[in-house]
Write a protein that binds this ligand. Sequence first.
Ligand code: FAD
Length: 339
Amino acid sequence: MKKTGSATLSPSHNILQELADICERADVEVHGVPFGLVATTAFGNVLFEVHATTLRFTLTSETENQCLQLIPAVVSALKHCSCVDLDSLAWDGRLNTNRPLLNFRKVVVEEIQMLSETMKRIWFSAEDLAVYATELHLRLLIPKSQTHDVEWPFYDASGSIKNPGTDNPVQMRAYTVRELDVPRKRLAIDFYLHHCQGVGSDFAHNAKSGDTLGISGPGGGGIPTAQKLILAGDETALPAILRILEARRAAPPLHVFLLLGDQADEALIPQEFRGHITCHFRAKEQSASWEQKVLDQAFQMAEAYSWVAGEKTAMRRIRKALREQGRASDTYCIAGYWK
Ligand SMILES: Cc1cc2nc3c(=O)[nH]c(=O)nc-3n(C[C@H](O)[C@H](O)[C@H](O)COP(=O)(O)OP(=O)(O)OC[C@H]3O[C@@H](n4cnc5c(N)ncnc54)[C@H](O)[C@@H]3O)c2cc1C
């Protein structure tokens, strides 16, 4: 699926450098091409081309859903560029706007389980969840208050996400679908209860049956299919890693490196997978030695695909090290899950 658009630039612009910096901060890979650059994201590629004072952008995604998620990301990037006239931003053809976010569903808290002192599973009920089976992630829409009416975010005329709720704003955070039961109309998310305040973990701390939230998605990648796979991540990536392991039971053994708080967290790993997983503990060692183990394995198995997720600066170091080793960007997925 392709979608094109354009915007006018101020006469003395430095748009390609600005876009490259924005992509770098967002951990999006870019490379230069004649007259422009290409950004490679989990939802597809964006080619930005400059002709005099016009910026043209061409989004190429495998599916329409991915393209719909790429559009607000491009608009958001352009809003951060000082030299783009946002009033001139135009998409070719029809843009399906002023409508709810992709596959928006209201979800209601149904059941809460403490998996450990630091991990809470929350089951949500919702209609029509089959579409969420295709990928790992979703966006959770969390209203500030459960006692006020909620105005849910939507795509506005420019294709970006508009959050209309002034009395009861809705915040968005990315999470992993840990369990999905389409016939019983429910899904589970495992929340890591980190010790800082944040709307996601605050919601998880205080959640009660009947709380109503929203979801949108799915997005950002599916179960990796490579024969040889290296998986690594911290507590926030554990739900995704366990889903990948469950989906690949019949595939060859993998190399899995987890960074957890302490030994008590090992109880979160089902017995059947413990033999394949090496655990590192923050209490004993720094994140740096876990990062080094992941890189050592990746360098040793040049033919393997590396899937790694965790704290953003750690992910940047890992990505940089792989790049410096000459790894092609389609041989790894390194995702900053939190900062
Ligand atoms: C694609 C994707 C999938 C994810 N899946 C999951 C999942 O299944 N389960 C899950 O628990 N998380 C998951 N995460 C991570 C989660 O989105 C972040 O941890 C998010 O920051 C939590 O939001 P918050 O509102 O609690 O904190 P924020 O408002 O984002 O941050 C508030 C404060 O908390 C700190 N903070 C945030 N996260 C952590 C952390 N993990 N450890 C220590 N301090 C932290 C921040 O540094 C900041 O100081 C996922 C992230 C992505 C991108």
